[in-house]
Design a protein around this ligand. Sequence first.
Ligand code: GMT
Length: 370
Amino acid sequence: MTRPLKIGIACYPTYGGSGILATELGIALAERGHEVHVFSYAEPPRLQGVTLVQFHLVQVAAYPLFRYPPYDLALTSKMLELMRSRELDIVHAHYAIPHAMCAYLAKQMLPESHTRIVTTLHGTDITVVGSDESYRDVTRFAIEQSDAVLAVSRYLADETRRLFNTNKEIHIAYNFVDTERFKPVERSNMSLPTLVHLSNFRAVKRPLDVIKAFALLRKALPAHLVLAGEGPELGPCLTLARELGLSADVSALGARLDVERVLAECHVLLQPSGSEAFGLAALEAMSCGVPVVGYHVGGLPEVVDDGVSGFLVPFGSVEQLAQRSLELLLDEPRRLAFGAAARAKAVSSFTVQSSVELHERIYRTCLGLP
Ligand code: GMT
């Protein structure tokens, strides 16, 4: 009989994929009997109302000398406190910066502890931030000092080895989805063909390409575009939509907790990211039976099968985004077949159960447990 583990999870509390995945993983582990603690500077949205997981708020003391209040040190202290008081087996850092380094520091401060450090790399922590000169060495060090390193796609694992010139073993831990929550719904036959884009509206998601593609498509077909999420590029997107005379055809919903309802009501997800380690929004749409149209970049081809569950077009081709979306909207049997293939892939390859079991195996191996 294997004993339950004591696991501390550090993550960002935002609507971004890494925070969502870390939170959902924590809940799934707690449901399997493990003791789970989550550390962050605010309660992650999907943890609200959950009592199985213990949330620990990391507070940063203000001081006039602190131009940049040292959150990293406050988080390190919180990890240390829990490593001492709860004798944590695992500290799992989601997103390398700064969480993996904080875990390393806490471990150094308690050399007698048996705690093992597991780090999941999510994407921009490697491809954007971690590979920047200012963080490269510290990110490489934190990766190499971790007892286990996970990446959310083969693409990201390869990029990590290339950018950091490391031979560290990297396990692939794909994003996962609750296929019971994200599932197809009956749509009204009356509903207008509807495209959806779901993201944090950062430049890397290229939401302006969504508006441009929609403008092309809209010339050929009456259709609606739903924008779900918030971020710096949302304002420019709405401005562009207004300039193109599309305001009446575009709805901005803001950040929503019920994304499964939003996705399931739409016909095609437009996800033209410039870089994407995995693409959680794509997987959530697929689980709802919604095909994905996006660029052929990063780890997306590991998620979306081009020509089967969606279309991945060459990076930057707004015309092909529009053309492929139009094809799916005009050909209902094909769109339904793509949607069914998308759903089947989510159910066969990316379930909560398979992911949580993978994480348990990795944790136990790190601890030398059966
Ligand atoms: O995509 C974002 O901007 C958010 C970011 C995050 O860390 O929260 O997402 C990254 O992690 C997700 C969960 O593992 C992945 O599904 C996303 O592909 C990845 N984003 C990028 O690589 C741009």
